[in-house]
Design a protein around this ligand. Structure first.
Ligand SMILES: NC(=O)c1ccc[n+]([C@@H]2O[C@H](COP(=O)([O-])OP(=O)(O)OC[C@H]3O[C@@H](n4cnc5c(N)ncnc54)[C@H](OP(=O)(O)O)[C@@H]3O)[C@@H](O)[C@H]2O)c1
Length: 265
């Protein structure tokens, strides 16, 4: 059945590859990018390569949370339902470490932006039938410092990235528990896949980006993942696994969500 799908950060990397694979199945796909020109080119590329005309897009720089809110408003106006949301946009290395709101850019783009976006478009997801939310986690996870989340403590790039990914994973577990009608799956798509982020951050890769594309595709549409809500999929192991122990803790999750809601108000 034709589904309506939104994939953030789909102008490059595994997000773009996943969008193309889903587009080939005839779904209605909404791409997202931070650069309007690049987004336009990718929409046209995917339309041609998939022979699917129902490809559209939204622009927002996720390091600007006001822009994320505006994008959510546009989505709520334009869409009547959403079946699949892949929160894929992410950043590791960045010339600018802090956003204009004072957050570390990794916390803003990798955690606060998808949190804000998802919350704002939740009613659209609830109109779908067992809609899925796939959140891009990572093997890199580290205990979240609330001070660092608030922008009050400066971390190394790797530490900030790892903390932002654990925050996203903890929120995924929370969302799965609180929204039983939705399927929420956090995923490590595989480590050191061949994408820009890995080229810029590490200078070498271990696996093809197709490995990430294939698991995102399956998590989004395969029937076998229809009862996997709240489970963390670790594609380095090719199966479900445990998250960082510091995040697998109800009190820590409660503290994180409470603080996130305060920051987003
Ligand atoms: N590759 C890996 O080995 C690996 C491993 C674990 C997890 N992940 C996660 O997988 C996701 C996709 O990463 P990737 O490897 O495919 O990286 P990528 O090729 O660098 O793609 C990242 C995507 O996010 C977008 N993006 C970056 N900063 C943004 C911002 N400020 N606002 C809006 N969009 C922004 C990029 O836009 P542009 O096209 O404009 O650059 C691009 O579309 C990320 O969440 C990443 O953390 C990747």
């Amino acid at each position: 059945m034709k589904k309506t799908i939104l994939i953030t950060g789909s102008t490059d990397g595994i997000g773009k590859l996943t969008a193309l694979k889903l587009a080939k199945d005839g779904h209605e796909i909404y791409l997202h990018g931070r650069n309007a020109d690049k987004l336009k080119v990718v929409i046209s590329e995917i339309k041609t390569a998939s022979n699917n005309d129902t490809i559209k897009g939204f622009v927002a720089d996720f390091s600007d949370l006001e822009a994320v809110k505006n994008m959510a408003t546009q989505i709520n106006k334009e869409l009547s339902k959403l079946d699949i949301l892949i929160n894929n946009a992410g950043v590791y290395k960045s010339r600018v470490a802090k956003t204009k709101d004072g957050f570390d850019i990794r916390f803003a783009v990798n955690y606060l932006a998808p949190y804000l976006l998802t919350k704002a478009i939740l009613p659209l997801l609830k109109k779908g039938n067992a809609s899925r939310i796939i959140n891009l986690s990572s093997a890199a996870q580290a205990q979240v410092s609330i001070e660092a989340l608030e922008g009050e403590k400066t971390l190394s790039e790797m530490e900030a990235y790892s903390q932002s990914k654990l925050a996203l994973t903890m929120w995924s577990l929370y969302l799965a528990e609180n929204e039983p009608d939705l399927i929420v799956i956090p995923v490590n798509p595989g480590s050191l896949l061949n994408t820009n982020m890995v080229k810029e951050g590490w200078g070498f890769h271990r696996s093809s980006a197709d490995k990430g594309r294939d698991i995102l595709y399956d998590l989004a549409v395969a029937e076998k993942f229809g009862n996997a809500s709240g489970k963390y999929f670790d594609n380095d192991r090719g199966g479900f696994g445990a998250i960082h122990p510091a995040g697998d803790n109800e009190e820590a999750i409660h503290t994180l969500i409470k603080k996130t809601n305060e920051l987003m108000n």
